[in-house]
Structure formats: C-alpha cells, structure tokens
Design a protein around this ligand. Structure first.
Ligand SMILES: Cc1cc2nc3c(=O)[nH]c(=O)nc-3n(C[C@H](O)[C@H](O)[C@H](O)COP(=O)(O)OP(=O)(O)OC[C@H]3O[C@@H](n4cnc5c(N)ncnc54)[C@H](O)[C@@H]3O)c2cc1C
Length: 203
C-alpha cells in the first residue's frame, strides 16, 4: 500500500499555456504532462501547494478552446498589471516569481524550455497583465498498492505461492499500475482480472 494515484483538478488547456509554481514561486514540473504526475508531484513533493500563472493572452486563448472539463475553469484568485505585483499579492518570497518568469521568458523567446521540457507548441513568453489561480488542495487520489496476484488472479503468499481458494482483482491488488498511474487502467485491470478470477475459480 505504498503507491497512490493523485488526480490534479486543473484544466489541461490552461495549465499547458501557463506555468505552475510552488510555494517558493518556482516551477517544478512540465505543465503539459499527465495530470496524474502533476498531482503526485504537487501533493508529495510540493506540500500540496501549486499556483497556476498565466498572462491574459494565454488565458483568452485557453478559454477559446473546446474542453470536456469546463468545471475546472475558475476565475483567477489574483490578477495584476505586473509579475512583481502578482508575486506580492500572492505572498510569495520577494523576487521568487519574478526570477522564475524571467528565466522562463528568456528561453520561451526561442520556443524552448530547457529546464522542464514542456513541448514547444505551449512555450511562449508571459507578457502584460498576469493572473494566478490558487490550486492548493486541487488533488484527490486513491490507493494503487495491495495484494500480489498472478495472471489467474490468485493471491500470492509472501513466499510467492498461490493461496488456495483466494482470488483478488481491482484496486485491492497491486495491479498493473502500482508503479504509477495511467487513466483507465483501474477499470481495465479490475474487469480483466475479475473475469480471470471467476474463470479460474470455476475450474
Ligand atoms: C474520482 C475518480 C475518478 C476515477 N476515474 C477513473 C477512470 O477514468 N478510469 C478508470 O479506469 N478508473 C478510474 N477511477 C478508479 C476506479 O473507479 C476504481 O479504481 C475502481 O472502481 C475500483 O474498483 P474495485 O472493484 O477494485 O473497488 P470498489 O469499486 O471500491 O469496490 C469495492 C467494493 O467492496 C465493498 N466492500 C468494502 N468492504 C467490504 C466488506 N468488508 N464486505 C463487503 N463489501 C465490502 C465496497 O462497498 C465496494 O462496493 C477513478 C476513481 C476516482 C475516485
């Protein structure tokens, strides 16, 4: 039981166009990566603290895109004319967000992100009025670890031998995705190995 999925409830269209920073005003993950990885990084490594920072042009562009998750779209928590002002309003250490944006913009000017390798298509300097969304606590998860089983869904003893008559499937098992989550693999391995447990038990 040492593994967990942590969903991050941010709009991917907005996150990819902005930068995610921690409580020290520093970026910590590529914003276009899988939401489960963003959730794990935020909760486990950043004390469940993340802020999304965007400029107005990027925000308007994100709003103009179709999304299947409109409920992720909240009004910004803070908005300011400059990054310095925004940093102060957010209560971040003086100069921290400014340094992050300066570094990000320096490389974004040539469409690159050498620190975290966000895809080129999303990398653009942040300019003009800026806004930030308080994403603290926007995470929720479920366990990934559990009983070890074989491909017939028989539960394995710690010595590795199947325990006669005991089957398991779904999230009470360590399953396919115990080492890190990918959306869909829970219902997939639950139904697949549930069926195999039934078939094996029937024989
Ligand atoms: C917000 C969220 C989004 C998700 N999105 C996806 C997704 O997009 N794709 C995907 O594949 N998975 C997704 N999942 C994960 C997936 O829904 C679950 O992992 C899956 O439903 C687990 O199935 P299960 O049968 O193993 O366990 P459960 O569905 O938890 O079933 C266990 C059952 O056992 C019962 N039970 C517990 N204790 C006892 C007891 N002592 N006696 C008798 N019964 C008991 C419980 O009441 C429950 O009905 C999501 C989960 C969450 C929370």
């Amino acid at each position: 039981m040492d593994a967990t999925e942590v969903a991050f409830f941010g709009d991917p269209q907005m996150m990819a166009r902005g930068i995610l920073v921690n409580g020290r005003g520093q970026r910590f993950i590529a914003e276009d990566t899988y939401g489960g990885r963003i959730g794990q990084a935020s909760l486990i490594q950043q004390d469940n603290t993340a802020y999304l920072v965007m400029d107005m042009a990027a925000h308007e562009e994100a709003l103009a895109t179709e999304t299947s998750t409109p409920y992720f779209r909240q009004p910004p928590t803070w908005a300011a004319e400059t990054v310095d002002e925004l940093e102060s309003d957010m209560g971040l250490p003086a100069g921290s967000l400014a340094a992050t944006v300066q570094m990000y913009n320096r490389h974004a000017a040539t469409g690159t992100d050498p620190l975290l390798h966000k895809k080129e298509q999303w990398v653009r300097p942040l300019t003009g009025p800026v806004a930030a969304w308080d994403m603290r606590g926007f995470t929720a998860g479920f366990t990934l670890g559990g009983l070890r089983t074989d491909v017939e869904s028989r539960v394995l003893h710690v010595d590795g031998a199947p325990i006669p008559g005991l089957f398991a499937a779904g999230r009470c098992t360590s399953g396919v995705c115990a080492g890190g989550y990918a959306s869909g693999t829970s219902l997939g391995d639950g139904s697949f190995f549930g069926r195999r447990a039934g078939a094996t038990a029937a024989t």
